[in-house]
Design a protein around this ligand. Structure first.
Ligand code: NAD
Length: 341
């Protein structure tokens, strides 16, 4: 069965391409390499023994997208990762984000809705909940006004998909609301490749340990949490990738209860920034240089998932520990920086 993975050269997309191929699916990747490189195909091939079909294509080009779907009328599903994802940049360049994250979604759904088999998985985010009132966060928690244009594209994206499914009952879609994906493949053949200064905690930690950054700034230690630092739900990227395969199978088997469904994908456990640092120090045997800095505006205090729906209905559960994920992230960083034991 042929599955389109948009953004399949990116962090989460590449790990999902691997899991799909290992589950027996034929993968076609579309990417414009705006935040990735074609060499990721080599890593996927080294892990699976199969080089996925690849189209260097910008999804903002509607005619090129239409032509792609005409050529691939035998597609059985689409997993749509391609998007811009830097929160700060989205505040400075909102139109770029609305174009890249929403126009592309529109073009794909326009072509998909006319197909006989129209199965669609969307990369959404826990950012739609903002600072939720109750922990852990269930899928029924209210969607809060978005803090950034990036967050808004995820909220509007979900609405576009919901409305499209309502108007086209033969379409089936699932939005997966990711919590905080971290880590890398156990082979260290693929992993996260942030451009410039990392916006996320874990690549910042590993780059600091690798000597690329002087020290890590911990933004605030006076939050109302047990150790005063912010709490997030860090999920291993391979567990997250597997959730996509299971969600796709749900649609292909017709096991879905409605033609549009939403699932949280997290571990169900929160970890503070200091706990993540301690985990890194445990698995690496290193001391990480860090200092406490001012709170950063826009940071929510805590966010971790209630995963009951994903566990019981989707039939998926995260398997890896925080230490597993940190170890894989460190092994990947060492590999790309050429750091030996
Ligand atoms: N990483 C996270 O923390 C996180 C959390 C929640 C949700 N998400 C969402 O998951 C998805 C994947 O995230 P990621 O971390 O793998 O990001 P990523 O940047 O590593 O991957 C996205 C890929 O899409 C490609 N792309 C972007 N615009 C494109 C376009 N117009 N045409 C073709 N390709 C295009 C990029 O080149 C890149 O390879 C995104 O939708 C993101 O918003 C990510």
């Amino acid at each position: 069965m042929k599955i389109l993975v948009t953004g399949g050269l990116g962090f989460i997309g590449s790990h999902t391409a691997v899991e799909l191929q290992q589950a027996g699916y034929e993968v076609v990747i579309i990417d414009n390499c705006s935040n990735s490189s074609e060499s990721v195909l080599d890593g996927i091939q080294r892990i699976t023994g199969i080089r996925p079909e690849f189209e260097l294509l910008d999804l903002r080009d509607k005619e090129a997208v239409d032509r792609f779907f005409k050529r691939h009328s035998d597609l059985k599903g689409v997993i749509h990762f391609a998007a811009s994802k830097a929160v700060g940049e989205s505040v400075e360049k909102p139109l770029l984000y609305y174009e890249n994250n929403l126009n592309t979604l529109n073009y794909i759904l326009s072509d998909l809705k006319g197909m006989e088999t129209a199965n669609f998985i969307f990369s959404s985010s826990c950012t739609v909940y903002g600072q939720a009132d109750v922990m852990p966060i269930t899928e029924d928690a209210p969607v809060k006004p978005a803090e950034s244009p990036y967050g808004n594209t995820k909220q509007i994206g979900e609405e576009i998909i919901r409305d499209t499914c309502r108007a086209h009952p033969q379409m089936k879609a699932i939005s997966l609301r990711y919590f905080n994906p971290i880590g890398a493949h156990s082979t260290s053949e693929i992993g996260e490749l942030p451009l410039g200064v990392p916006q996320n905690l874990v690549p910042y930690i590993t780059q600091t340990a690798a000597g690329l950054r002087e020290e890590l700034a911990v933004f605030g230690d006076d939050y109302p949490t047990p150790d005063g630092t912010c709490i997030r739900d860090y999920i291993h990227v391979v567990d997250l990738a597997k959730a996509h395969v299971i969600a796709l199978q749900r649609l292909l088997n017709g096991d879905n209860m409605e033609n549009y469904e939403v699932f949280n994908i997290g571990t169900g456990a929160g970890s503070s920034v200091l706990e993540v640092i301690r985990s890194f120090e445990r698995v690496s045997g290193m001391k990480l240089p860090f200092r406490i800095a001012q709170r950063r505006s826009g940071d929510v205090i805590e966010a971790y998932a209630d995963t009951t729906r994903a566990n019981d209905i989707l039939g998926w559960k995260s398997e890896s520990s925080l230490d597993d994920a940190m170890e894989s992230a460190w092994n990947w960083e060492r590999k790309i920086r050429g750091i030996s034991d």
